[in-house]
Design a protein around this ligand. Structure first.
Ligand code: SF4
Length: 626
């Protein structure tokens, strides 16, 4: 017998009618149910940890997954479990905390607030209980699912988004659908899911009763009314129309792709997909493409056409023909590291020969050399050295800032591990470093933000969620940061595209990234075998990054790893920045060749590529016309 299909869904009361029948009868033999929050469900489905997931509609559209044409969680009008709440009336709100566990409801809230003329409202993304706690004064919060049912009584003002949507459009609101990664679905599983809808609809009283018992409530009637009067589970004609209307309005607001693709039950009748040309022309004008479309560009688009589309997008964002660069210096203050990434030839395990931590004199010499070359910024990164504690880092930051230089320091990996070492929160570490003078955070250590890939690179590496959370917190505290991708470490094209979409999602949320840079894994005969990546592969990855990261302004050309000529070509494949003058580089160069150039060389290469070179500061502000 083949392995059961892994189905992921939240344990919210509103999902239970769709799951009820799957745990009974013959379907139980074919299906294994895993309870997961809706936002986690999207990640798990994308990364292949489950085969089918009950996902927010927005996540399906953004990730380019395939919806299944059976069952849904929708509201007929008033929904009770998707609410905007506050202690003051909605029209007084200046900030709204969005519950991070459903993108569909977060987008719905934005659409409805825009329609009320509240387009200047500020949004923050929070965990459910945190969102509720912030809803005081002129702040509102979005609550969904069981948290909404449980917490709504605490608020003086409650606005039901299902009711607001239906009043506004006349349609039901579809919140969640079954989805898969593939354009086809086993018809037997599809039939199981369809039959489960029928079984669930017939068992609403039992489901409500079971929920009441779990909650310690004596009366199940409110739960039964919620399931039968507020929600609907059949994906009928009206629900499909409501779904189309939601996507149309969200797309017009620049928040979602215009449509959903549905999987077909017949293996030999996959749905028609948009042509590569259509994807390229959409992306070239800054319209959002899905993860599946970005994957297709990586796999199928002709390189020249990809470059032309990325160049068109670059020239829309940077029409003046200027290419920026910065005079900054890498300082790798220690090479002692416990993370032991398999690709890294730079680090030494604690106590091993060759391990170092730079003295203040050595760092001071480097800073003076940088100042005398008109340098403006230090890029500070090092290993995860268990002997260095928070006071050392604060002193290091103050020492560098004392030389009058901007400081871009400590990758999310370093910050995350320091918080673990100090047994405190990442936010506290960031605050202390900021108070000492840290200006921004470099995006090192992202590699590929998919845990299957990260665990191959190093077992001890921070997870992709931890890396993103450090960035989220840094952005919230007001620090800007860069984002990176090191590809060619055994990931699939889909995983590269997924990495880009995770960065894009966080940028939507915070706007805190200044730039993106990608480069290939340098195979210096080390333990991790990745594909050797050529110039064509690099230019393809860069161009797809420019087209997928529609909310990033700046993309750097990675000439130190690819060479100056490929760096020049990169300026025609989406890059608008030529990186930094190279004083030294220790991490990547330890595993492979790294090119080096001074400011005159950089300017000559930019001019020869047909652009005007301009020096910039660490926040991409122009310093002077070179
Ligand atoms: S890449 Fe960084 S975290 Fe990984 S082993 Fe090298 S120094 Fe340590």
């Amino acid at each position: 017998m083949s392995a059961p299909v892994r189905i992921g869904a939240s344990s919210f009361l509103n999902s239970r009618p769709l799951l009820y029948g799957l745990g009974r009868g013959p379907a139980r033999e074919r299906i294994h149910i895993e309870h997961t929050p809706p936002s986690e469900c999207a990640r798990r489905l994308s990364e292949g940890e489950i085969d089918v997931g009950l996902l927010p509609v927005a996540a399906i559209a953004q990730l380019g997954l395939y919806a299944l044409p059976v069952g849904c969680v929708s509201s007929k009008g008033r929904v009770e479990s998707v609410l905007l709440v506050g202690q003051t009336p909605i029209d007084t709100w200046k900030t709204v905390a969005l519950d991070r566990s459903s993108r569909t409801s977060a987008i719905l809230a934005r659409l409805l607030l825009d329609a009320r003329g509240k387009s200047d409202i500020r949004y923050e993304v929070r965990d459910p209980h945190e969102a509720a706690a912030t809803a005081t004064g002129d702040r509102g919060a979005l609550l969904i699912g069981d948290a909404a049912l449980e917490l709504q009584g605490r608020f003086a003002y409650r606005y039901d988004l299902g009711e607001m949507w239906t009043t506004w459009t006349g349609f039901p609101m579809v919140f969640a659908l079954w989805a898969t990664r593939e354009p086809v679905i086993d018809p037997v599983i599809l039939a199981d899911l369809q039959e489960a809808v029928e079984a669930g609809k017939g068992a609403l009283s039992q489901i409500a009763l079971a929920h009441a018992v779990e909650q310690g409530e004596a009366d199940a009637e409110p739960y039964r009314r919620y399931l039968s009067d507020s929600l609907a589970f059949e994906l009928g004609r009206k629900e499909r129309e409501g779904l189309a209307e939601y996507l149309r309005r969200a797309n017009a607001a620049g928040l979602l792709p215009p449509e959903l693709h549905f999987a077909s039950p017949m293996p030999n009748r996959a749905p028609q997909r948009a042509g590569i040309d259509a994807i390229l022309s959409r992306a070239a004008t800054g319209k959002r493409i899905s993860v599946a479309e970005a994957t297709r560009l990586l796999d199928e688009a002709p390189l020249a056409e990809l470059g032309a589309a990325a160049d068109e997008r670059r020239s829309q964002l940077h029409p003046e023909g200027k290419v920026t660069y910065i005079v900054e210096r890498n300082i790798n203050y220690t090479n002692v590291c416990t993370t032991a990434c398999r690709f890294c030839a730079f680090f030494r395990a604690p106590g091993r020969e060759g391990g170092y931590t730079l003295s203040w004199d050595e760092i001071g010499d480097k800073l003076r050399a940088l100042k005398s070359a008109d340098g403006v910024q230090v890029l500070l990164q090092g290993g995860i050295n268990p002997d260095l504690r928070l006071p050392y880092y604060e002193e290091l930051v103050r020492f560098i800032k004392g030389h009058g230089l901007r400081l871009n320091g400590f990758s999310p990996e370093e910050i995350h591990c320091l918080a673990e070492l100090e047994e405190t929160s990442v936010e506290y570490i960031l605050q202390r470093l900021m108070e000492a003078g840290l200006d921004s955070v470099p995006g090192g250590g992202a590699e590929v933000l998919v845990d299957r890939v990260r665990s191959k690179i190093a077992r001890k590496k921070a997870t992709s969620a931890e890396w993103l959370e450090v960035m989220r917190l840094a952005h919230r505290l007001g620090m800007r940061a860069s984002a990176t991708l090191m590809y060619g470490v055994g990931e699939t094209s889909f995983e590269r595209a997924l990495h880009l979409s995770k960065l894009r999602d966080l940028q939507d949320e915070t706007g805190g990234f200044t730039a993106f840079i990608c480069w290939p894994y340098q195979d210096g005969g080390l333990k991790l075998r990745g594909d050797q990546q050529g110039a064509g592969e690099y230019l393809r990855m860069l161009a797809v990054s420019r087209l997928t990261l529609d909310n990033f302004e700046n993309l750097q050309a990675s000439w130190p790893t690819m060479g100056p000529t490929v760096g020049q070509a990169a300026l025609h494949f989406g890059a608008n920045d030529f990186g930094q003058v190279m004083f030294e580089e220790n991490v990547v160069s330890a595993a492979g060749s790294v090119f080096s150039m001074d400011a005159a060389g950089i300017e000559r290469h930019i001019r020869d590529a047909g652009f005007s070179p301009v020096r910039r500061d660490g926040l991409y502000g122009l310093l002077e016309a070179a």
